[in-house]
Ligand binder design. Structure first.
Ligand code: FAD
Length: 125
């Protein structure tokens, strides 16, 4: 793939990943259980290890060490992710996003069904 093609693919992967992560934190429980907190924390750390773009993965791992995930509530998790994304934006010379606009930007069309029921019970073996 050409350098331009690589950059385009990396950017598409980045946009898709940020969309998933922001939508996830905005659907995260307002009052998570310890199990839900552990699940989000693990998800973020595993993503940082397995993310397919190597330089992005390394940067994400550094950010997780410097700014440990805030999993205590939906608001805390969403604002934490917004500020981590802004750290990446600044490094890449992109505009800083106003975190007050998160709710309006990320609507998954998932209705009001509670996320907790799907988060709580892992499918047995
Ligand atoms: P993106 O940054 O992908 O953002 C998509 C949309 O999200 C924006 O259009 C805006 O509407 C919204 N948005 C922007 N900022 C925020 C925010 N703070 N909170 C909520 N919403 C926001 N690329 C590299 O070249 N080098 C890297 O090291 C690198 N590291 C990355 C690390 C991670 C964990 C991820 C997920 C991606 C990384 N990327 C990296 C990709 C990069 O961040 C962008 O996704 C990519 O460059 C496309 O940028 P974009 O301008 O389309 O907007």
């Amino acid at each position: 793939m050409s350098k331009l093609g690589n950059e385009t693919a990396k950017a598409e992967l980045g946009r898709a990943t940020w969309k998933l992560l922001h939508t996830m934190t905005l659907r995260y429980p307002e009052h998570p259980t310890q199990d839900e907190r552990d699940a989000l924390n693990s998800y973020l750390h595993l993503t940082s290890r397995l993310y397919p773009c190597g330089e992005c993965a390394a940067e994400f791992q550094e950010l997780l060490t410097k700014f440990p995930p805030q999993t205590g509530s939906r608001l805390a998790a969403s604002l934490w992710l917004c500020s981590v994304h802004n750290e990446v934006n600044e490094r890449l010379g992109k505009p800083v996003f106003d975190c007050a606009h998160l709710d309006a930007t990320y609507d998954c069309g998932c209705g009001d069904d509670p996320l907790t029921s799907t988060m709580r019970s892992p499918v047995p073996g």
